[in-house]
Design a protein around this ligand. Structure first.
Ligand SMILES: C[S@@+](CC[C@H](N)C(=O)[O-])C[C@H]1O[C@@H](n2cnc3c(N)ncnc32)[C@H](O)[C@@H]1O
Length: 400
């Protein structure tokens, strides 16, 4: 075990509990990893402390299979462990506040939809869309919103939850400190979603800094824009920084909770306007057509100015999905999820529109992806390929 004395810059130092949470392991395992020399500690009396950047590197190495001895252990634990997506954390956000929320939700075994509903109400109070609310007010639906559509969204959400499962003890989630960043609720959702579920859904959201860089050049105030797998709306919120009419912002995602959050995010962003967001919970690959946006009727109309996203990669499709994918997308043989999203987006784009996708480097030269490379070359002009090494190693975004 390597031990160092406590360095001066305590801001980047985390304790054993936070380190274990970051790595998705128990504190006992973290102690063992210290014992076997996998983690380097800084000691202060009898307690362990760790350098955040070193822990981030260890996490990166585990996730990328660079630490063979830890792979089995980490993979086993990954499935139901919760990770705070630190790459998504904005400057000035206090990680302790997030850990308190995660601990509260896990210790009280609170259903994730209920937790997110309460945290949404917490944010709405802070955004002054609703006055102070108690659990009792919520159960008896005794609340007044300044925005009619937001009120509809909350009522619809409540109707999907068993009211008896909302306990007065959960009041902490209505009033606790929540981090202030562009997609606060999405960040909390990502932090609460077990790793196994995230990887199953390909639900890793894109940090704000990358999103901004990708869309800055292409969005105009009257653009009609779309994220075909919008998650909680990282790209939609970036579109909203420029687009004047919220009805021109479209999003689809298969994850019902993510869609609820994305809709609230856009409603909060345009909180002085009354509109129903064009963001829906559907399977983009099978349920989104070209003519009427939400139908499958017509193949000919392409009308989005910009389609930008970080699509899911490497999704394991079910047998029936594979049957339908082969029927709808016969030209794609690879069964690679990002290829289907790319093909779908090319079909939905107007002739002079722009697509911007975050993709793995392998699309450029790996044989399996020949199918989508041909589709790209036959149907688009590549404007730019940009490596994202800083944040997503071995990934780039590509604009057509
Ligand atoms: C990598 S995340 C990106 C989310 C968001 N675009 C972003 O960049 O932050 C991929 C998203 O695709 C969604 N997804 C996976 N399969 C889908 C499908 N068939 N139809 C619609 N959304 C899907 C997941 O739920 C997840 O939110």
């Amino acid at each position: 075990m390597q031990e160092l004395t406590m360095p001066i810059n305590v801001k980047n130092i985390i304790d054993l509990e936070k380190t274990a949470l970051f790595l998705g392991i128990s504190t006992a395992t973290a102690r063992n990893w210290v014992k076997y020399g996998y983690l380097r500690t800084y000691t202060n009396d009898k307690r362990y402390f760790f350098q955040l950047s070193e822990i981030e590197n260890v996490k990166f190495d585990i996730e990328n299979g660079n630490l063979e001895k830890l792979n089995g252990r980490a993979n086993k634990l990954k499935v139901d462990r919760i990770f705070i997506p630190d790459e998504y954390l904005q400057d000035g956000v206090n990680i302790d506040d997030i850990i308190k929320i995660i601990n509260f939700v896990t210790e009280n075994n609170i259903n994730i939809s209920i937790a997110l509903l309460l945290l949404s109400l917490n944010l709405l109070q802070k955004e002054k869309v609703i006055s102070n609310i108690t659990i009792q007010d919520l159960i008896s639906q005794n609340f007044v919103f300044t925005n009619k559509q937001i009120s509809e969204e909350i009522k619809a959400w409540l109707s999907e939850i068993k009211i008896n499962n909302i306990k007065s003890d959960f009041a902490f989630l209505l009033n606790c400190v929540i981090p202030k960043q562009r997609d606060t609720l999405g960040f909390l959702y990502q932090s609460l979603l077990p790793e196994g579920k995230k990887s199953q859904k390909g639900a890793y959201y894109t940090p704000e800094i990358i999103v901004n860089e990708i869309i800055r050049e292409y969005i105009k105030k009257d653009s009609k824009v779309f994220d075909p797998c919008c998650g909680t709306g990282q790209f939609l919120l970036a579109f909203a920084d420029v687009v004047e009419n919220p009805k021109n912002i479209y999003g689809v995602d298969i994850d019902g909770i993510a869609v609820k959050i994305a809709r609230l995010n856009i409603l909060i962003k345009y909180k002085n306007q009354n509109f129903v967001p064009n963001i829906v919970c559907k399977n983009t690959l099978f349920e989104i057509g070209n003519y009427d946006f939400f139908s499958l009727n017509d193949e000919n109309i392409r009308d989005f100015d910009v389609i930008a996203t970080n699509p899911p990669w490497g999704v394991h499709f079910s047998k029936s999905d594979i049957y339908w994918l082969k029927t709808y997308f016969p030209e794609i043989a690879s069964l690679e999820s990002f290829s289907y999203f790319l093909k779908k987006s090319i079909d939905l784009l107007r002739d002079d529109g722009v697509i911007s996708f975050i993709l793995p480097e392998s699309i450029l030269n790996v044989k399996t992806h020949k199918d989508i490379r041909e589709i790209i070359l036959q149907n688009t002009h590549i404007k730019k390929i940009f490596y994202l090494n800083r944040v997503f190693k071995k990934c780039f975004y590509i604009c057509y």
